[in-house]
Ligand binder design. Structure first.
Ligand SMILES: Nc1ncnc2c1ncn2[C@@H]1O[C@H](COP(=O)(O)OP(=O)(O)OP(=O)(O)O)[C@@H](O)[C@H]1O
Ligand SMILES: [Mg+2]
Length: 531
């Protein structure tokens, strides 16, 4: 069949060549023959070449978004190429057990579907004038071409394409390595390494089982996630984009990052770790968003430190700084500092970020979770974390006894121990982050036993308790001093005010005397009384 098609292809190109020659002499053909000629020549070509071609480009749309169809076809053809293509390209997947063999450029494989034969070819368009280079050009355009007989048009454009997509998706899931992405600075969005995101294989071992947290809270989060994963139809019904926002807040070392890894592992999602400070402006932020895939978690860690997101209050401060501009112009050091900040700093604004989370752009792509983490939830603008944007607020707290038991089980394989009661009482009185508890529970040498680890934890809690006491005493002392100072300042101000009032009274008296003296020297009123 392949030979027959090649023959037909050659024939049709010969006919095309003939048509070209005729076109050249077209002007010499009498006018009334010309129309007839054009009509029948195209009919003739269609008769001789009864095949239909569909192309599937790698990038499509105005912003060259990655075409998901292309990715599905690639996965689908990976299976076919391994057994049928002559020229294969080994796609290495870091961390994968085996290499993936894909069709090389300009290679062709045949496929069959319900008795219909079809051909897939892998192509690329290299822009003209491109010099020979080992690396692919940035504007190289890749695409797959599907060719089939026109009598199978309905079958291929309907059932077959659906079959390719489903099969491609299934193959992708089987070969899938979850990825951890981070955004590239926009200077790297062009050229050979053009990509908005770089990735490594996601291999974090944290799970909800290993997460130290109260069982009830854990269960609640897990069922929220499961409900979300099954919510496709529900979100459609309520007219909401299929995404959910989580805000994880709490002191350092309480497991916020660990929780993100556990969520990714539970949901089987990719993770996009967005470094906001390298995003120049809102438009870049939007481009990054549309380049993320479905079934993913978009994370912004330490959101309070990432940007100036406290909104209006900071604006006022900025205005004040602008007022000082004259002064800065005079001081060269201040001037350089100010210009440096203006040029380097990210111009992503609060409203840009709000749009990123739930603007109309956020609906492109589906099944996405957005997670913010912070140590200082009170610092954030309420607009940023209101429900609907950050749907679920999760407090990651200091280690409770229940959380400790999970850690003891993880680190020491202990379900119970006679020291547990003591630890329970101590943890009630002292705040200690799970990270610190975990560090103490981890045996550092062969000699260490569960008992010694628990004892070292008890010591650490005692130390932390002492430390907290000392800190509290210092704070109280500081507060006392501050109060005394304020009182002293208040008294001094009062004294100053009294002195000032006395001086003013004295001065006004003196002025009155002077005025009287002047009036007495000559000003006589109508009634003859001097004033
Ligand atoms: N709740 C927890 N369950 C299990 N391990 C924890 C938990 N909290 C902390 N850890 C341990 O402590 C380490 C630090 O935790 P993690 O990085 O998740 O804290 P964090 O809350 O993200 O801190 P930061 O606010 O400083 O980013 C982790 O590698 C993990 O081993
Ligand atoms: Mg963290």
């Amino acid at each position: 069949m392949m030979v027959v098609r090649d023959f037909i292809l050659q024939m049709s190109s010969a006919v095309g060549g003939l048509a070209m020659v005729i076109m050249l002499f077209r002007d010499h053909i009498p006018h009334h023959f010309r129309e007839l000629f054009e009509k029948y020549s195209s009919k003739f070509v269609r008769m001789v070449y009864p095949y239909v071609e569909i192309t599937f480009p790698e990038y499509s749309g105005e912003w060259y978004k990655k075409n998901e169809l292309y990715a599905h076809i690639k996965s689908y053809l990976t299976g076919k190429a391994t057994t049928r293509a002559r020229k294969l390209k080994a796609d290495s997947l870091w961390g994968a057990k085996s290499i993936l063999l894909a069709m090389d450029d300009n290679e062709e494989v045949t496929d069959e579907f319900q008795g219909a034969k079809l051909w897939w070819s892998s192509n690329k368009i290299v822009p003209r004038g491109m010099s020979l280079s080992f690396y692919p050009a940035s504007d190289e355009r890749r695409f797959y071409r599907l060719t089939f007989h026109k009598r199978h048009r309905d079958l291929i454009t309907g059932a077959y394409v659906r079959h390719v997509i489903d099969e491609g998706k299934a193959i992708a899931v089987r070969n899938r390595q979850r990825k951890l992405y981070t955004n590239n600075p926009s200077e790297n969005w062009h050229g050979y390494k053009k990509a908005k995101w770089s990735h490594v294989i996601f291999e974090h071992p944290a799970t909800f089982d290993t997460l130290a947290m109260e069982r009830k809270k854990k269960k609640e989060i897990m069922s929220d996630l499961e409900k979300f994963a099954q919510g496709k139809e529900y979100y459609k019904k309520i007219g909401k984009a299929w995404k959910r926002g989580y805000l994880l807040y709490g002191p350092p070392g309480t497991g916020k990052s660990t929780m993100i890894a556990a969520i990714a592992n539970l949901m089987d999602y990719d993770v996009y770790d967005l470094e906001l400070t390298t995003v120049k402006d809102n438009s870049e932020l939007r481009k990054l968003l549309i380049d993320t895939s479905s079934k993913s978690i978009i994370v912004i860690e330490d959101i309070d430190c990432s940007l100036d997101l406290t909104g209006q209050r900071k604006e006022a401060k900025k205005e004040k700084e602008d007022d000082d501009d004259d002064e800065k112009e005079k001081d060269p050091v201040k001037k350089v500092k100010k210009e440096g900040i203006d040029k380097k700093g990210s111009k992503v604004t609060l409203s840009g970020l709000l749009n990123f989370i739930d603007g109309i752009w956020s609906a492109c792509g589906q099944e996405r979770i957005i997670i913010f983490t912070t140590n200082f939830v009170d610092k954030l603008d309420p607009a940023l974390i209101r429900r609907g944007r950050m749907d679920k607020h999760i407090e990651m707290s200091y280690c409770s006894f229940e959380a400790f038991k999970v850690l003891a089980n993880n680190y020491l394989d202990l379900e119970s121990h006679h020291l547990f009661d003591e630890i329970e009482a101590m943890l009630k009185e002292t705040n200690m982050a799970p990270a610190d508890v975990a560090e103490n529970l981890m045996p550092k040498s062969r000699e260490e036993t569960p008992e010694t680890c628990l004892r070292s934890l008890i010591e650490a809690i005692e130390e932390a308790k002492e430390e907290a006491k000392k800190k509290k005493a210092e704070e109280e002392e500081e507060a006392k001093k501050k109060k005394a100072k304020e009182e002293e300042e208040g008294k001094a101000k009062e004294e100053e005010a009294k002195v000032a009032a006395k001086t003013t009274a004295k001065e006004s008296k003196e002025n009155a005397v002077v005025a009287n003296g002047e009036m007495g020297g000559g000003a006589v009123k109508d009634n003859g009384v001097t004033s």
